[in-house]
Design a protein around this ligand. Structure first.
Ligand code: FDA
Length: 392
């Protein structure tokens, strides 16, 4: 049996950050992962360029049944702290959308930084490690694996959520939490494309590949961002964002042209009577989408002066409540995150230690803390990993 101070299960974003932080403090740290590579999600994130933080990250960008939980860690380890770290390593990065920082070249550059930090700190990484059993005996935690057994004072669960099982995601963290009596809040795939009902799918599939700026609203929250039509339904930032707030069966409103209010359509008729609404729509929406709308409104190419109030009202209703007939989501297969998880009312927001089992810690996505799209989820992984790393 190998005796160490800290065992971290999960060599993803939060686990690597926690490991280096703890090892720099002089703790003897081993990181175990069943995958053959560390940080696989980092490599595939942000289209291969990892949106590694958001400079505006604040508690309001996170969902949790206990919204105050994330405040302390986000304050103690800010996005600027992470930027300072990558700056020390000379990472080239770009701000794509305001606040969202991406690697300029490849997510691998960021993973290399984390692995360099791990090496410099003296923490040890063991990949291809299958965990058989976790047991708590006399102030010690015993972890049995295919690479031998470990005894430690602190066990950190950094195994993430359920999304992308092919990348190593598993429900392991929830099982460990349940084993000591933790409550797991219902989990569901989020930041995920929406699928549409079969009839609508055939129609919308013709639009596959085109994107437009829309407003998606559900349960009182709205996002004005691009939507992308896909072969299965709809995706793109606006759709991914709204899945944090919408569930299949609930109302989802898609406004195809949020700038075109009923009043502005009426004003167009008043001020530019010779202009057609087809021309107006074509200046805002992709051609193929305008063609689809024209099937519903054959009068669209007429001069606006010739349109009635009823016609304008029905066009506005169609645009502002565009019916995508949502069916469900693509699920964990393509979701970026898992909503729900270990109930944060049972974990210290300062140390991340369980209040059910001394020496057991939970960090990252396994906890019931989920960020919006835009680098917030990695910031949560860095912040929670850093804060736990200071205590384990
Ligand atoms: P993470 O998932 O990173 O790591 C968990 C580790 O635990 C993995 O290495 C896994 O192999 C290991 N593990 C799991 N079960 C185990 C077991 N039973 N035994 C041993 N090891 C086990 N976020 C963001 O902010 N910006 C972005 O650009 C993106 N983009 C993005 C794209 C895609 C496609 C996905 C799927 C996700 C994103 N995300 C994102 C979300 C982000 O990747 C995610 O929130 C963090 O990786 C979570 O970090 P964790 O450390 O909690 O888990």
């Amino acid at each position: 049996m190998e005796k160490v101070d800290v065992v971290i299960i999960g060599a993803g974003a939060s686990g690597l950050m926690c490991a280096a932080t703890a090892a720099y403090r002089g703790r003897r740290v081993v990181v175990l992962d069943h995958a053959n590579k560390a940080g696989k999600k980092i490599l595939m994130s942000g289209g291969g360029r990892c949106n590694f933080t958001n400079m505006d990250a604040a508690p309001k960008h996170f969902l949790s049944a206990n919204p105050h939980f994330c405040i302390s860690a986000l304050r103690r380890y800010s996005s600027q702290d992470f930027v300072d770290l990558v700056d020390r390593h000379g990472l080239d990065y770009v701000e794509k959308t305001p606040g969202q920082l991406f690697c300029e070249h490849s997510a691998k550059d960021l993973l290399d930084i984390l692995l360099t930090e791990l090496e410099w700190s003296g923490a040890e990484l063991k990949l291809n490690t299958k965990i058989y059993n976790v047991d708590y005996q006399n102030e010690q935690t015993i972890i049995k694996t295919n690479k031998g057994d470990f005894a430690c004072d602190s066990l950190v669960i950094a195994t993430g959520g359920l999304s992308i099982p092919t990348m190593g995601a598993s429900g392991f963290g929830y099982d460990i939490a349940k084993q000591v009596g933790h409550d797991i809040l219902p989990t569901r795939a989020s930041l995920v494309p929406i699928t549409v009902q079969p009839d609508r799918k055939t129609q919308l599939a013709e639009l596959s590949g085109i994107a437009c700026d829309i407003e998606a609203s559900a349960n009182g929250t709205s996002f004005k961002e691009p939507m992308l039509f896909t072969h299965r339904g709809v995706s793109g930032p606006a759709i991914l964002q709204i899945t944090n707030f919408w569930q299949p069966g609930e109302e989802l409103a898609i406004n195809l042209a949020p700038e075109l209010t009923l009043e502005s359509l009426q004003a167009i008729r008043q001020n530019t009577p010779k202009k057609s609404f087809e021309g107006v729509l074509s200046s805002q929406l992709p051609k193929r989408l305008v063609e689809l709308i024209k099937e519903q409104f054959p009068w669209l190419n007429e001069r606006s002066a010739q349109t009635s109030n009823e016609q304008i009202e029905s066009l506005h209703a169609y645009l502002s409540h565009f019916d995508i007939a949502p069916n469900g989501t693509e699920g964990y297969r393509t979701a970026e995150v898992t909503l729900g998880g270990v109930n944060t009312n049972e974990v210290s927001s300062k140390t991340f230690e369980s209040n059910k089992q001394k020496g057991l810690y939970f960090i990252g996505e396994v906890l019931d803390v989920t960020g919006w799209l835009g680098g917030y989820n990695f910031q949560w992984a860095w912040a929670s990993g850093f804060c736990a790393g200071q205590h384990v």
